[in-house]
Design a protein around this ligand. Structure first.
Ligand code: NAD
Ligand code: UGA
Length: 457
């Protein structure tokens, strides 16, 4: 696998994972080809810019393009024969029945097969159901096109993608070929050497960390580790939301409950924040994908079906609470602030804020929406009768109720007195439980959270 300084990497899929991976390795002195079938995305990246918002990504893309270490292309023929390592980071969306759609992953694999140089390592970073690597290896064997395959799933979060990649908790490598798994780990050891420099380049704060774990395992375990991690995090959120409904019914405060529950180190506070539920391009489809792939082995996952049901109920639950307070939603002017699925990204896939806005509009409210980065991406998912504003204050003006659906810093720092003055009514719905109730009420607004201000039964 050669001298590490001369090694060449191809990254397939210029999305959130692929572009982040490519931009980071290209600033770690590797030569990196970035392949995508989407010409618009490749052309945008060639100009030194990312097609999505992610803190630090533009700085890394620009630096790597300037130094000619990042080569965006739509051509497998140019990139793959020259590459020692190939990371496949293509989309694995859900089919209409919730099962994983592996067609993009299979296509990218098949496109590489005849072009791989001897000893090249194909690394699967896309999230795939357990058993996928075995199927792909069997496909290669049938065609008599040998491949060295390592399953190394990705764990980054959008909004902190670069820091998560540089200061990873763990790198998991699943393979029958230990030498290949070690070679992949070698790339990350090299990254550990460069990470301070890359963080500075990205204008991000270096993270204090003792260094992540390297885990070598089997292909099947690696694949199952990834989907299990996401499913467990989703489960924690739905558990918190389920308890939040009981807190609402009993007058308990879910934030206080989860702070105390999470103080038990066996449980931990992370991912127990109740609110409008989880969204994004991963949790919803990875949970439904795990249910579907388990069913293929006759294993039921009722716990995950329940997590999905609770999650899907949350935007409607919040809309109902507002409706009860307002009497009716018909004819009310309301604003939804926050259309990305979480703060720190322009990604509006499966966005709870978008779902909430659509429910409110369907219930007869006149809805205005605003997001600092996701107005464009959310547009296609929003009902036509919803108006998109250019600022929070424009969205808020003249409304009976406002809903904070994503905790962007801009929203957390809203001047509540000014907000109250701009509104016609007084309802403030904190869908993320991020505000201090007394701060809101002191300004003359009525506060609704999720499991925070219920009436004692
Ligand atoms: P994305 O949709 O943002 O990007 C995927 C890219 O792959 C697209 O640009 C698409 O055009 C391209 N593509 C599809 N088929 C291709 C092919 N045959 N050849 C070349 N390019 C092709 O997806 P993403 O969010 O980056 O996720 C990629 C994978 O990583 C998914 O499996 C996802 O579950 C997983 N993942 C995502 C995240 C995340 O935070 N987004 C984190 C961990 C894991
Ligand atoms: C998630 C995982 O955290 C990553 O480790 C994983 O790599 C990634 O999915 C993936 O496989 O794609 P991401 O979707 O970027 O990352 O975002 P998270 O920070 O996990 O948030 C997911 C959703 O849960 C958001 O809508 C967020 O608002 C919501 N959430 C999160 C809650 O409602 N409550 C919480 O306590 C935490």
């Amino acid at each position: 696998m050669g001298d590490s300084k001369q090694e060449v990497i191809s990254v397939i899929g210029a999305g959130y994972v692929g572009l982040t991976t490519a931009a980071i390795f290209a600033n770690c002195r590797y030569k990196v080809y970035l392949i995508d079938i989407n010409k618009d995305r490749i052309n945008k990246i060639k100009t030194g810019k990312s097609w999505f918002f992610e803190p630090g990504i533009d700085q890394l893309v620009e630096a790597a393009i300037d130094q000619k270490n990042l080569i965006p292309t739509t051509s497998y023929d140019t990139a793959i024969p020259d590459s020692d390592f190939i990371f496949s980071c293509v989309s694995t969306p859900e089919n209409p029945d919730g099962s994983p759609n592996l067609s993009y992953a299979v296509n990218s694999f098949e496109s590489c097969l005849p072009l791989l140089k001897e000893k090249a390592v194909f690394i699967q970073k896309s999230t795939v159901p357990v058993g996928t690597g075995a199927q792909l290896e069997a496909l290669a064997a049938k065609r008599r096109l040998p491949v060295t395959y390592v399953s190394s799933p990705e764990f980054l979060r959008e909004g902190s993608a670069i820091t998560d990649t540089l200061w990873f908790d763990r790198i998991v490598c699943g393979s029958d070929n230990t030498e290949a798994a070690e070679a992949v780990i070698g790339l990350y050891r090299q990254l550990e050497q460069c990470r301070g420099h890359i963080a500075t380049l990205a204008e991000l704060k270096p993270k204090q960390s003792n260094g992540g774990n390297y885990i070598i395992t089997t292909r099947n375990s690696a694949e199952l580790i990834k989907v299990t991690s996401n499913a467990f995090l989703a489960l924690k959120i739905s558990f918190a939301n389920n308890i939040a409904k009981l807190a609402d019914a009993t007058g308990a405060d879910i934030n206080e409950v989860m702070d105390a529950v999470g103080a038990d180190h066996r449980i931990g506070r992370a991912f127990l924040s109740a609110g409008r539920g989880y969204g994004g391009g991963c949790f919803p489809k990875d949970v439904s994908g795990l249910i579907a792939s388990a069913a293929e082995y006759d294993v039921d996952m009722p716990i995950l079906a329940a997590a999905t049901d609770i999650n899907e109920s949350m935007p409607g639950y919040i809309a109902n609470k507002a409706q009860e307070r307002l009497g009716t939603l018909t004819g009310k002017n309301v604003a939804v602030l926050g259309l990305s699925f979480k703060a720190g990204t322009s990604d509006a896939r499966q966005s709870p804020g978008v779902k909430l806005a659509n429910i409110l509009a369907r219930s007869g409210a006149a809805v205005s929406v605003y997001d600092p980065h996701a107005n464009g991406e959310a547009k296609a998912e929003l009902r036509n009768d919803i108006s998109i504003s250019h600022s929070a204050m424009e969205a808020i003006a003249g409304t009976d109720a406002i809903f904070i659906a994503t905790n962007w810093q801009d929203f957390l720092e809203l001047d509540i007195t000014q907000t109250r003055r701009a509104m016609s009514g007084t309802l403030f719905v904190d869908c993320m439980n991020a505000f201090d109730i007394s701060d809101v009420e002191r300004c003359g607004l009525q506060y609704i959270g999720v499991g925070r201000n219920g009436v004692v039964a």
